[in-house]
Design a protein. Structure first.
Length: 446
């Protein structure tokens, strides 16, 4: 039997934030979501989150996550005290307890699986994850012999100068034999610099205690402050970009672009500098995105070009070109081969294939048929101050420059709207609509 416990009760004082540390976002997911994600493959019988500081908020943030038990630690008197809270809920439990620090978000599933396997084959009382860090400042130091047996962990602040020179570092990830741990947990003392109960002190009380060194030291990065948060973000971004480069995406200036876990690309996509992909965004084969674009929950087909533009909660079909300087807002759906040009904003509108909105327009709450040509500066006046209204433009219609379509309004197919018109009434198919004052000429006026 396997139980997983994530330590997530701490305040995270060093973050200087109103948000509990484990809810800080990292590449679109919270720290605690990432930690839980790293042990998903193990399929544990019990999954316990130890919460304390802003417990309700942490619980609420995970309400979608099934099968979690929450155990309250109040007050938060150290990592050992946190695990002591499991003595009651795990009273009848037999098997391994995997303990994960809630602020160590870069662990790979494979690493945790390997730790568990090693623990099982060596029959240790505890097996913990370590790494050799170039700069171990702030981490607990692990004292071990050549055969991997650990004698003690000493926190950075409790180390002597000599002990600090040891760069074998505690990751904060442990696999315990639960009944052996349960027997020593009550013996912890607060005899340390912070006056807290340290989980790390159990290691010297358990035998045999073993460690497994990770190959990629980045994995054990713990987050205590914003600088470390940024460092972890950089590691995740690097992993994501590398993954997609291996899948056939060109990044012209990789370091200038950011991705989310939910970003997907087809082959031969070219991502120009300064592009950002958030949420569940997919970009089809052969697209050229950027420079300077932001896509969030965007579904982009194949062979699309997006230049200096923002696309949010929108669908863009194959062959469209967007920008420069366009904004596709939530609910925009573009069918194939549409062209959305500069300084155009589109919101909650369906635009059928081959239509063009090339310059300086606002199109909101509208339905455009195929091959509509929206002239420069055309505006749908969709809002009367209280309600939003629909504009419908039939296939093949053209609006002249600077037209205002006051919604609700329907233009049939193949309508032509004269430049500078303000239309408030429906226009039948095939008609010419003019809605402007007649031009007046007064000769010899000056
Ligand atoms: C801890 C380890 C250290 C290790 C480092 C790895 C101890 C004593 N030290 O130090 O050896 O190198 O992690 O990142 O364990 N927490 C609670 N309740 C508490 C205190 C903390 O749930 O009362 C949680 C925190 O929310 C956090 C985790 O435990 O997720 C680690 O706590 P933190 O204070 O960050 O420990 P470190 O000083 O980083
Ligand atoms: Ca920490």
């Amino acid at each position: 039997m396997l139980a997983v416990a994530v330590l997530a009760a701490g305040k995270g004082t060093r973050m200087k934030s109103d948000l509990p540390k484990v809810l800080q976002p990292l590449a679109g997911a919270t720290l605690v979501e990432r930690v839980l994600g790293s042990c998903r493959a193990l399929d544990p019988q019990r999954q316990i989150l130890i919460v304390g500081h802003q417990a309700e908020r942490v619980e609420q943030s995970l309400s979608q996550h099934g099968g979690l038990e929450f155990v309250l630690q109040q007050p938060q008197n150290g990592t050992g005290h946190a695990v002591q809270q499991l003595l009651a809920p795990l009273a009848d439990f037999e098997g391994e307890l995997l303990v994960l620090n809630g602020d160590v978000p870069l662990l790979r599933e494979e690493t945790i699986t390997a730790l568990l396997e090693r623990h099982r084959t060596s029959q240790a009382a505890v097996t913990l994850l370590t790494a050799r860090l170039d700069d171990p400042t702030g981490y607990g130091r692990v004292f071990a012999d050549a055969s991997g047996h650990v004698s003690a962990i000493v926190e950075h602040r409790d180390c002597s100068e000599e002990q600090r020179a040891n760069n074998l570092t505690n990751a904060g990830i442990y696999c315990f034999n639960w009944s052996k741990l349960a027997a020593v947990l009550p013996q912890l003392s607060t005899d340390n610099d912070q006056g807290e109960l340290y989980l790390t002190d159990t290691v010297a009380m358990l035998s045999p205690a073993m460690h497994v060194e990770v190959a990629d030291a980045d994995e054990i990065n713990g987050i205590n402050d914003r600088y470390q948060l940024a460092q972890c973000e950089a590691v995740i971004q690097q992993r994501l970009r590398r993954h997609w480069m291996a899948e056939g995406v060109t990044f012209v200036d990789p370091e200038s672009c950011t991705l989310s876990d939910g970003t997907r690309f087809g082959r031969d996509v070219v991502v120009e500098p300064q592009c950002h992909f958030r949420g569940e965004t997919s970009v089809g084969s052969g697209c050229r995105i950027g420079p300077g674009s932001f896509l969030e929950n965007a579904s982009v087909g194949e062979e699309v070009e997006v230049l200096y533009s923002v696309v949010r909660d929108a669908v863009v079909a194959d062959g469209c070109t967007i920008g420069p300087y366009a904004q596709l807002r939530p609910g925009t759906e573009l069918a194939r081969d549409c062209r959305i040009g500069n300084f155009v904003e589109i919101k909650k509108s369906q635009i059928a294939a081959g239509s063009k909105v090339n310059h300086l327009s606002y199109i909101g709450d509208a339905q455009l048929g195929e091959n509509v040509n929206v002239g420069a500066g055309t505006i749908t006046a969709n809002y009367d101050g209280v309600n939003k209204h629909q504009t419908v433009i039939g296939a093949g219609s053209k609006t002249g420059a600077n037209s205002v379509l006051v919604a609700p309004i329907t233009l049939g197919a193949n309508v032509t709207v004269g430049a500078g018109s303000t239309l408030t009434k429906d226009v039948p198919a095939g008609a010419l609509a003019l809605g402007r004052a007649k031009q007046l000429i007064k000769e010899n006026w000056s």
